[in-house]
Design a protein around this ligand. Structure first.
Ligand code: HDD
Length: 719
């Protein structure tokens, strides 16, 4: 790989150096007030006598209590629940001919980043495992200023126009009269809104799919959603869609599991991200771009400006240009993850907007929300938001201003300050907007080219495997089953019918309802590019894509299967075979995965060789939903576990959630109690080994695990 040259310095550590001066550590230091006065007693109020009233002059108490009383800030209006980490972005395949953005010019160039992942609807303390879209925001601290890529883990959005955003959010948030339900879309107001907004059909399919319940924040894709522009040094524009592709692949849990995780460990994703980074399993994504020349703008059977549409990878492949590695947990959640302020309008020269009406509205909303959330137009001075490139301008004052601007000039133009700070010419890195020609009437109307709401919703559905299609049907059944107003359920069945009639029938059956006769056909059919206003001349439209493997999680393993950072539960008891436990544990470690000992009690278990093995969790504190696979070692005490209901539930859940279950020797007796196979006729997700140290067993188990789940089992499960 080429080394970055001096024009493009390696900035990898720049942000950490910048943050260093703000860090404070009280180790071996005196306790002080905020004014620096040493405190002699931090346990008692200042009182008139030992049992007397407290005194108003107690400045130490007053300062402490006042700060405490004000230590909460408003949570984000959406995406309140989030987890973040520091890392870097490295260019692997530069595209200087497409963008002049300074941080994308040379292979090997590194830029510090902070990424924050979030759920959308829930409050700050809500569960990680809600069925929801996940936010995927990345702040790049580039040499030319901050670039924020504020995306989601789904490539499309619910609505086409930003004016509908407050309505969408009001509908999905807990209902206003009783603030129920928390972090859930399964309620009347959400589906009322959706059933009246056919443009949401495509996004709803993603939301009902397993994409909405990721196994890990490290195992989800990210998308910029909108079509953006990249601008090169010749001021030529290309349209781009941005994609993050996770190195570990894209994987999900199942809905029953998600609900149980929410109870057992609502911080499941946050903890997973934290632990992975802590243990050196740094999460990694590739950044890819779909590049569309200006001339091809109208070549598609949808409008590039419509955020409810994706560009199938079959039409425009994703070209990888770099990678992001997250390698450092924050030091302080509030200072970093909570106070970070993203904005899709934070762009650098070489990156620009399109007229996507959702994006245009976002460009207003994000600064506006920070003013009430962070309390001042000086939020850019908060250390995590501060650019590593120099800032000089004539903005002054405001709440909590940190910068001390010297001199008497705070206006431009000026002569007293020698005309400084001065404007930058384009050649000097000055930002100029792409000079798009616009000739139009002022109009409050939706473009005709935005009117096909169902073709891509159907494409998404048809691109899924039968297992995933079944999950979608079940998700609809669950969500609409929680809706109390019958008319809303029926209206939704009408919408689903326009996506796929057989899907509507399946959902209708579980709702005990009939699919409505109306409407006969989609309200708005595909209009093709001919109807795109402002189109210069008729262009050839690319053949629409009916199914796309890139939209499918199971069929589309874009990465080498791996079990790195996966967790295996070892179901143990005293008397367990040491050989059986240690053989697999060691093989897992070689693959960067980890085995955890679960036993009826904490402390240690004694093996068949009288060795002591430390227990990680008891069956009271752990549950199989928190692990990727289960192993039952051989050994005397194993059979006794068949009387422990927690163990039976542990194994039954693992089986039900299609997890790989491995066992050796007499471990099969425990399987038989749980009735996973008739007379030992186990399915392909149950791996049986020989305790004598069969070398193939560990590899069989690991290979099965690398497939994530044994989905074929679902066919025989009656759920
Ligand atoms: Fe938004 C936060 C992503 C549409 C208004 N949005 C927010 C965050 C993400 C997104 C990931 C959390 C940022 C963080 O971690 O701090 N939003 C999206 C995507 C959208 C989208 C991918 C569609 C493609 N958003 C959208 C619209 C509007 C907003 C149409 C308003 C017109 N979004 C906001 C906001 C938030 C926000 C209210 C809340 C907290 C914040 O901005 O900082 O301004």
């Amino acid at each position: 790989m080429k080394k970055a040259n001096t024009n493009y310095p390696n900035l990898q550590d720049k942000k950490q150096e910048d943050l260093q001066s703000e860090k404070s550590d009280g180790t071996n230091k005196f306790l002080t007030t905020n004014q620096g006065v040493k405190i002699n007693d931090d346990n008692n109020l200042l009182k008139a006598g030992e049992r007397g009233p407290s005194l108003l002059e107690d400045f130490i108490f007053r300062e402490k209590m006042t700060h405490f009383d004000h230590e909460r800030i408003p949570e984000r209006i959406v995406h309140a629940r989030g987890s973040g980490a520091h890392g870097f972005f490295e260019v692997t395949n530069p595209i200087p001919e497409i963008t002049k953005a300074g941080f994308l010019q040379e292979a090997g160039q590194k830029t510090p980043v902070f990424a924050r992942f979030s759920t959308v609807a829930g409050s700050r303390g809500s569960t990680d495992l809600a069925r929801d879209v996940r936010g995927f925001s990345v702040k790049f601290y580039t040499q030319e200023g901050i670039y924020d890529l504020v995306g989601n883990n789904m490539p499309v959005f619910f609505i086409q126009d930003a004016n509908k955003f407050p309505d969408l959010v009001h509908a999905v948030k807990p209902e206003p009269h009783n603030e129920i339900p928390q972090a859930a879309s399964a309620h009347d107001t959400f589906w009322d809104f959706i059933s009246l907004m056919p443009e949401s059909a495509h996004m709803i399919m993603w939301l009902m799919s397993d994409r909405a319940i990721p196994r890990s924040l490290r195992m989800m894709e990210g998308f910029g959603v909108h079509t953006f522009r990249f601008i090169n040094a010749e001021n030529e524009s290309h349209f781009v869609k941005l994609h993050w592709k996770p190195k570990l692949g894209t994987h999900a849990v199942v809905w029953d599991e998600a609900q149980k995780i929410s109870g057992k460990n609502p911080d499941f994703h946050r903890e997973d991200l934290w632990q992975a980074i802590d243990m050196g399993n740094f999460p990694e994504w590739e950044l890819g771009v779909q590049i569309i020349p200006e001339a091809d703008e109208h070549k598609f059977d949808f409008d590039l400006l419509d955020p409810t549409k994706l560009i199938p990878e079959e039409l425009v492949p994703v070209a990888i240009i770099g990678r992001m590695v997250l390698n450092r947990n924050p030091d302080n959640f509030f200072a970093e993850t909570e106070q970070i302020a993203f904005h899709p309008g934070h762009v650098v020269p070489g990156i620009d907007f399109t007229n996507d009406p959702l994006l245009q509205g976002r460009l207003f909303s994000y600064t506006d929300t920070q003013l009430s959330r962070l309390g001042s137009p000086n939020f850019h001075e908060i250390p995590i938001n501060r650019t590593i490139s120099p800032t000089h301008n004539n903005q002054r004052d405001g709440h909590m201003r940190q910068e001390i601007n010297t001199g008497r000039v705070s206006y431009y133009p000026n002569s007293l300050g020698g005309g400084c700070p001065y404007q930058a010419m384009i050649a000097e890195g000055g930002f100029t907007s792409f000079n798009e020609r616009i000739e139009a009437h002022k109009i409050r109307e939706r473009s005709e080219s935005f009117s096909d709401h169902f073709t891509q919703a159907r494409m998404f559905y048809l691109s899924q495997t039968p297992i995933e299609q079944n999950h979608i049907a079940k998700a609809f059944s669950f969500e609409l089953g929680k809706v109390e107003t019958t008319a809303i359920r029926i209206r939704m069945l009408g919408i689903i019918k326009l996506i796929d009639a057989s899907l509507a029938e399946k959902v209708a059956e579980t709702l005990g309802a009939a699919v409505p006769e109306y409407p006969e056909k989609p309200m708005n059919q595909g209009i093709g590019a001919d109807a795109v206003p402002g189109k210069q001349e008729p262009k050839e439209i690319l053949e629409p894509v009916m199914t796309s493997d890139a939209l499918n999680m199971i069929k589309n393993p874009t990465v080498t299967p791996t079990i790195a950072s996966r967790k295996v539960a070892f179901v143990c008891n005293d008397g367990v075979s040491e050989k059986s436990v240690m053989n697999l544990k060691n093989e897992l470690l070689k693959m960067d995965a980890k085995g955890f000992i679960i036993a009826p009690h904490l402390g240690f278990i004694t093996t068949d060789t009288d060795a002591l093995i430390p227990v990680d969790f008891s069956f009271l504190t752990a549950s199989s939903v928190l692990f990727d696979a289960v192993f039952i070692p051989a050994g005397d005490g194993i059979n006794n576990l068949s009387e422990n209901n927690n163990v039976i539930e542990f194994l039954t859940d693992a089986y039900k959630h299609c997890k790989i279950i491995g066992t050796e020797g007499n471990g099969t007796e425990l399987l038989d109690v749980t009735n996973f196979g008739k007379e030992g006729d186990y399915d392909g997700g149950i791996i049986i080994g020989d305790v004598s140290g069969d070398p193939d067993f560990a590899m069989q188990f690991i290979t099965a695990m690398s497939g994530h789940r044994y989905w074929d089992r679902e066919a025989v499960l009656v759920l």
